[in-house]
Design a binder for this molecule. Sequence first.
Ligand code: G6P
Length: 594
Amino acid sequence: MCGIVGYIGNKEKKEVMLSGLRELEYRGYDSAGISVLSSDVLSTFKTTGKLINLENKCKDFKSSGFGVAIGHTRWATHGKATEINAHPHFGETSSVVHNGIIENFLEIKTKLESEGKIFLSQTDTEVIIHLFEENLNICSNYLEAFKNTINSLIGSYAILLITKSAPDKIFYAKNGSPLLVGASKDEIYFASSSTPLIGLIDRVCYLEDGDIGVMDIDSFNDLTNIQPMSGEKMSSQKDGYRYFMEKEIYEQHKILQDTIRGRILDNNVNLELPDDFVNGVNRILICACGTSYNAGLSAKYLFEREAKIKTDVVIASEFRYAEPIMEKDSLFIVISQSGETADTLEALKLANKNNLKTLAICNVDNSSIVREAKYSLLTRAGIEKGVASTKAFSSQVMLLWILGIYISQRKNLISKTQIKAQIASIKSSLEAVKVNSYIHDKLKKLSKRYLHGHGFFFIGRDIFYPLALEGALKLKEISYLHAEGYPGGEMKHGPIALADSELFCVSLMPKHLLYDKIKNNTQELSARDATICIVAQEYNDVADDIVLIDKFDSYMEEFFAMMIVLQLLALEIAIRLGNDVDMPRNLAKSVTVE
Ligand code: G6P
């Protein structure tokens, strides 16, 4: 989703902006722009489409010496993805970038228009710049003008503003959308996430909601909560893979080793939680969006069957406004790869307000969700660049599985033998996520037959139902084909009406969980001529096509092995269709608006 960068210093500001925006590219965007203020000249460039268009547009532009700059990648909310609607938005002497949504923009716009102000764009953001310039005329100084402007806004925002009235400064404000400021010797950087800052700064401050201020080269140390920041720029190479998504699918074997490191012992599990963590917890409520929701739903089956803990799972956007009843003995778990998803963050705030014990399962340390939750556990999947989540999903399921065992171990809900068996199953699940080249080749071949039907059903039962949902979501996200995940037993209650030879049905048939039941459901579809592709350990006669996974002794290994098949199937179909797998249309990696 929208990304922000800002810079104060002596480097070539255009290059700093473009390279910062490149680091945010994977999050998804549809237009981009930069403003550079140097030697009293304010220059703005914006384009639609990819960053290469912006690079071409400003290729002859240079700004030497000291100056300030702001940059933005936009994911359209108010107004189409046009050049005029792209950020920065500028007035006569100032320029602004903004993430979030200004809810009262129409009211402000109507007032300013009645005073003769001309608006160029359809965005909510443009009101900020005109309001600021109006305030500059009436306020005694520029900071007061900026504060008055921000105080007139209702909504969520991370804002950076530069102005010729204060040419060595960047004005900033944060409420609800993430914003960081970092420093190295003689340089200040801003960004909406840490990715563009890694390797460039040695100190960082994660701004808090309500922070409004102005920064120049000397004022970083006036901030509170400055933390050291280290780290090399993460390798953003594809290492010979065609897409980041492909690399991330292959990485899962290594990632899961990191996820379980120090958490799995011989006879028990251990987590970075205080000893009294489970005290007073009798049930679990999980809240998340997208792939993280599918991981949460998988955890419900694990928590209830294996760990004997009652669990409910809710989509965060549905939870927020439903006036949910929150029992005090619930552990409230939010799951988020990015740690910035607006709906999940707001659901978490609601749970905190209701004094629930809250726990974040997250991939990004210091993200808004990690900072908001009372407790957090990191999935350790590393930066995920493909918009379609893969390694984040497997690491979430793995960590949740361990968490379930941890809670039931602490509460004596399951026996030592049961714990040992699960630990053994966790260890062999690490083998199940190794990509088998035979299976990948098979899916490459198979993919050419699965391009032109009228839709896909992915079916599974029990924990293979959320996996079916995830398989359908992967395919939808990157191939743009219509795909739905269903519990196998539900087909006959409506969806089966769609069955004919042009309907592709991917059936997850684990040997170790409800095999005969899902076989029956698959047979019912086959009898109505649907084209059936089964994923299983052994051949059976229901299938038109079959993807054989390796032999495993329990259903969770089958779960992870089938997950790999579904991820690769989506990848290969999308590649055949010629789609941009890593940056699919309309999607954003981190959704910071509700
Ligand atoms: C977006 C992404 C999905 C992701 C969802 C939740 O929609 O495109 O891949 O699953 O947000 O994101 P989170 O970062 O909270 O897991």
